[in-house]
Write a protein that binds this ligand. Structure first.
Ligand SMILES: Cc1ncc(COP(=O)(O)O)c(C=O)c1O
Length: 435
């Protein structure tokens, strides 16, 4: 007990031992600590050598974060998860764990702008080459494979185009080529789409979006679905199948294998440890709170999204709505096959006259103009002048949208209020009065 016999400075940092109280909190507590005390010299040595499980330092893990990781593992029926400080960090860490300098990735050409920048710019600087393919063209995925290809990457529900690729078809081609299929399931979430059932091996998330759902904290996650056998072609994956000098020359694949995710042990102990894209305990708790209402939120968001699509489709000033519900034929059937439990809240539409874009965006009063999706509040953005502002016309075309495209993210407001807001913003501006 730290009492008055200790100096004031000692008491300031030592008095009041929260661990000794033995509370049993119902809500997940925020473990706001940088480091953990070891029981002994031997315990510290063994935890560092991965011989024993244990908390070390919050850069590579924290009890609040571990609860989030367990929850995400359970939601996706995976074997392990690794939470990160942002969705971008999750994508970076997942792909760096698979592809190293001189290796190659095949990815969809209709990805979130930040992922496109990562693949085409920063990864190119690192000597990791990416071939971008039309996600709907299965032959293009097959044709892009090289001997040094190490992963396929696609989004399950495109942002901003709201398109759904043939996940099973892409997964089959990846597996024939002996590489894992990584799926960014951010927009759909595990509540609407179980990517493991459709051939994905690794799911990645920006938890900042629907998972957290309140637009308050950045976070990301990688979920190892436990389906890819890195031991089949060990020479391809020396990071898992050769001795790992960091931790006493342990061969991660032998020690952790598929069931205990050698992949994420490597990602955590090397990439997160060295690069530091860690999640704060506070943000981990914020995302956990969001997940607790995920299905309830998405049920309402899904209904409102359908109402907004139906409204926009019939509007004379709207030339195109980017959403499966606005399509007939294969695209819609595919989306309905994968998304049996409802629609996520992302869609976009083209105004017939590109010059009308600023008036429509600024005319919206309830939709907030902000570069985010998956908030409880409805949001709007004009991608070609913001999130995708450096895209050429050709790149925009390949990504499936244009300078006339406006993206909406649907929140929890009453749908009548959102439709009324769209209605007044899309109303024809009054004719200027002539003399
Ligand atoms: C589909 C998708 N993946 C990844 C990201 C990156 O996530 P974050 O902003 O949390 O870093 C985003 C961000 O908008 C996204 O929309």
């Amino acid at each position: 007990m730290i009492g008055p016999s200790f100096g004031s400075s000692t008491r300031q940092v030592r008095a009041g031992d929260s661990a000794a109280r033995g509370h049993r909190p119902v809500a997940v507590p925020i473990h706001q600590t940088a480091a953990y005390e070891f029981d002994s010299w031997e315990h510290a040595r063994d935890v560092f050598a991965l011989r024993q499980k244990g908390d070390i330092y919050s850069r590579t893990g924290n009890p609040t974060q571990l609860v989030l990781e367990e929850r995400l593992t359970a939601l996706d029926d995976g074997v392990a998860a690794l939470a990160t400080g942002s969705g971008q960090a999750a994508v970076v860490v997942a792909l760096l764990a698979l592809a190293r300098q001189g290796e190659h990735l095949v990815a969809s050409s209709t990805l979130y702008g930040g992922t496109m920048d990562l693949l085409t710019d920063t990864f190119a600087d690192f000597g990791i080459d990416t071939t971008l393919v039309d996600p709907l063209d299965l032959e293009a995925w097959r044709a892009a494979i090289r001997p040094n290809t190490r992963a396929f990457f696609a989004e399950s529900f495109g942002n901003p185009t709201a398109s759904v690729p043939d996940l099973c078809g892409i997964a089959d081609i990846a597996h024939q080529a002996g590489v894992p299929f990584v799926v960014d399931n951010t927009v759909a979430t595990p509540a609407l789409l179980q990517v493991k059932e459709h051939g994905a091996d690794i799911a990645v998330y920006s938890a900042t979006k629907h998972l957290g759902g309140h637009g308050s904290s950045l976070a990301g996650a990688i979920v190892d679905l436990g389906t890819f056998d890195f031991g089949k072609q060990p020479q391809r994956w020396p990071q898992f199948t050769e001795p790992f000098s960091r931790v006493g020359d342990v061969v991660l694949w032998e020690r952790f294998g598929q069931e205990n995710s050698a992949l994420l042990v490597y990602a955590r102990t090397k990439l997160v440890h060295d690069l530091g894209p860690s999640l704060s305990p506070f943000n981990a708790r914020d995302i956990l709170m969001g997940i607790e209402t995920l299905t309830v939120r998405l049920e309402r968001i899904s209904r409102t999204t359908a109402a907004v699509v139906h409204y926009l489709v019939q509007h004379p000033r709207v030339s195109r709505v980017h959403h499966p519900l606005a399509e007939a034929g294969a695209g819609r059937e595919r989306a309905e096959h994968y998304l049996k439990h409802g629609w996520p809240g992302v869609l976009s539409f083209d105004v017939a006259d590109e010059a009308a874009v600023p008036g429509v965006v600024d005319g919206l009063e309830l939709f907030t103009l902000a570069a985010n999706i998956g908030d409880v509040r409805s949001l709007v953005i004009h991608p070609s002048t913001t999130t995708h502002s450096h895209f050429t016309d050709e790149q925009l075309n390949r990504a499936g949208f244009s300078r006339s495209t406006i993206r909406l993210s649907i929140g929890l407001e009453d749908h009548e209020d959102l439709l009324a807001d769209l209605d007044q913003a899309l109303a024809e501006p009054p004719e200027p009065h002539g003399r």
